[in-house]
Design a protein around this ligand. Structure first.
Ligand SMILES: NC(=O)c1ccc[n+]([C@@H]2O[C@H](COP(=O)([O-])OP(=O)(O)OC[C@H]3O[C@@H](n4cnc5c(N)ncnc54)[C@H](OP(=O)(O)O)[C@@H]3O)[C@@H](O)[C@H]2O)c1
Length: 250
């Protein structure tokens, strides 16, 4: 299998990559931290992957108006390295400070970029190339936070909702061309992104999320909640009437 991962140094991406690190599998890994990326490539080849090539890139698009074009170049390079790509995982993201984003539009824009627009830029550049090949899977990590905007987290949630809605629409277009699209919606995961948050029973591990991602790819699922019990929880959260929801502080 030929695998391309964006945000490869994320805890969840690393756990997914380890599961695919066996003979016959080749990786191109995109991330912005050179040392972490080199270490991951080494670990994957030590674990049996045929190859793991690093590509350094900050995936934000708003810092530089020319960035979407660079995403194209990035993807061209990945296709040159791997020839045919079987699986793309889009995994980068950052948990913004809701309070500062709520009062500072620049901060909100940065959060919308790292969690939303940058993923859309990648999808836009990837789609025609994957469709031309006529097969393969693109899996994108969004979040349960995108299911309903919550007072404590609505900037991050809005960015993830943008990506989820985009995937819902784009799925039809890609399906016609033989390409499968998966929306991965994790709940709370104990990773560097949530290191500052107090941990409780709702938290899961990057390993558990990775196991469900691999299963979703094999079974060609469309949208998964991980762990799966988030689906009924979000179903209930979405049913709460606004008159009550606006009074909740979570
Ligand atoms: N942790 C959770 O509770 C949770 C819940 C739902 C969804 N998610 C989603 O799961 C995905 C993976 O997160 P994680 O939990 O594995 O957290 P993580 O280990 O902190 O990974 C986040 C990754 O995103 C990268 N990143 C952020 N902004 C970037 C940018 N502009 N360009 C390139 N890379 C960038 C980070 O790179 P650096 O290491 O260089 O900073 C890091 O590798 C994210 O999309 C996140 O939103 C996480």
């Amino acid at each position: 299998m030929n695998i391309l991962i964006f945000g490869a140094t994320s805890a969840i991406a690393g756990a997914v990559a380890r599961r695919y690190a066996s003979a016959g599998n080749r990786f191109v890994l995109v991330a912005r931290n050179e040392a972490k990326l080199a270490a991951l490539c080494q670990r994957l080849t030590d674990s049996g992957a045929d190859s793991a090539e690093p590509m350094l890139a900050d995936l934000a698009v708003l810092t530089d108006p020319g960035k979407p074009a660079k995403h194209d170049e990035l993807i061209d390079q990945a296709f040159t390295q791997l020839r045919n790509i079987d699986l793309v995982l889009i995994c980068h993201g950052a948990l913004p400070d809701q309070e500062s984003c709520g009062t500072d539009f620049e901060a909100a824009l940065e959060a919308l970029d790292s969690n939303g627009l940058s993923a859309i830029a990648l999808l836009t550049a990837l789609a025609p190339k994957m469709m031309a090949r006529g097969r393969g899977t693109i899996a994108v990590i969004t979040s349960v936070a995108g299911d309903r905007g919550r007072r404590s987290n609505y900037v991050y949630g809005s960015a993830k909702a943008l990506v989820s809605a985009w995937l819902q629409g784009m799925r039809g277009q890609l399906h016609e061309a033989g390409v499968h699209l998966i929306d991965i919606r994790p709940g709370l995961v104990d990773s560097p992104m949530t290191a500052h948050l107090p941990k409780g029973p709702l938290f899961t591990t990057p390993d558990r999320v990775a196991t469900s991602i691999v299963k979703a790819v094999t079974r060609k699922r469309h949208t998964i909640y991980t762990p799966a019990w988030w689906r009924p929880i979000l179903w209930i959260v979405k049913l709460i009437p606004n008159t009550i929801f606006k009074r909740l502080k979570f």
